[in-house]
Design a protein around this ligand. Structure first.
Ligand SMILES: C[S@@+](CC[C@H](N)C(=O)[O-])C[C@H]1O[C@@H](n2cnc3c(N)ncnc32)[C@H](O)[C@@H]1O
Length: 219
């Protein structure tokens, strides 16, 4: 197992891994592979199941320190959330999810991983969770909705620290089925720039996620 340039992320045979916490040893979140080496248990990070793993393999830079505070919009059942939780051993991840069904599974993941705070809420209304969520270092969004760039921007304006990073996963077909994927990504970038956000990088996520891209921004 080799450390990578991304803190808390390891690599073996071209696959990424994160470290399973001591109190979660032997426990899988989504049937990922567990490998033990020198008394440490590593969880494989599947790029076909997690767009963040796909984005890392496609070359985004990912500098999330162990004490980072994260706001994650569209947490679903906790696949990607669980790997971020492994990475931010001294930080906190606020996980917003609007589906009561998905959040039931997320609650199970958060029972042992105490740095995850699940929030059943609609990211369209960032003011609804302002009592719980502080200013964050990373705002991550994976919600396939037509107005996802608008939701992302309004959450950034409310919650992202001035030096923080925003990462949005864009599904081209959710933006406009009539557009080619590249045009859809350009439309999102142009919207974000009009909201005074700086675009650092856009990477397409194929072959892991067809017609999806990850866009990194700062304020
Ligand atoms: C593509 S899935 C996320 C997968 C997850 N990010 C992962 O990698 O493990 C999108 C999730 O966003 C949720 N969602 C959709 N609209 C939402 C909204 N307005 N607010 C919060 N969650 C929303 C859906 O219920 C769904 O669970």
């Amino acid at each position: 197992m080799q450390p990578t340039d991304h803190p808390g992320v390891y690599k073996k045979n071209d696959r990424f891994f994160t470290i399973n916490p001591e109190n979660c040893k032997g426990i899988k979140v989504y049937n990922e592979q567990l490998i033990t080496q020198d008394d440490t248990e590593y969880r494989s990070w599947n790029p076909y199941r997690s767009k963040l793993a796909a984005a890392l393999l496609k070359g985004i830079t990912f500098d999330v320190p162990s004490d980072a505070v994260i706001l994650y919009l569209g947490a679903a059942t906790g696949t990607t959330v669980s790997h971020l939780s492994d990475i931010i051993t001294k930080g906190t991840l606020y996980a917003v999810e609007s589906s009561p069904v998905a959040i039931t599974s997320l609650l199970r993941v958060a029972e042992k991983r105490r740095n995850i705070i699940p929030i059943l809420s609609d990211a369209n209304h960032p003011e609804r969770y302002q009592q719980m969520v502080p200013q964050v270092d990373l705002l991550y969004m994976d919600i396939s909705q037509r107005n996802q760039a608008d939701i992302f921007t309004r959450n950034i304006q409310r919650y992202l620290k001035q030096q923080g990073t925003g990462l949005i996963m864009v599904k081209a077909r959710s933006i406009d089925v009539a557009l080619k994927p590249k045009q859809a990504y350009e439309q999102v970038c142009s919207f974000l720039q009009k909201q005074k956000l700086r675009i650092h990088k856009t990477v397409e996520l194929g072959p892991f996620e067809k017609d999806h891209a990850a866009i990194i921004v700062t304020r």
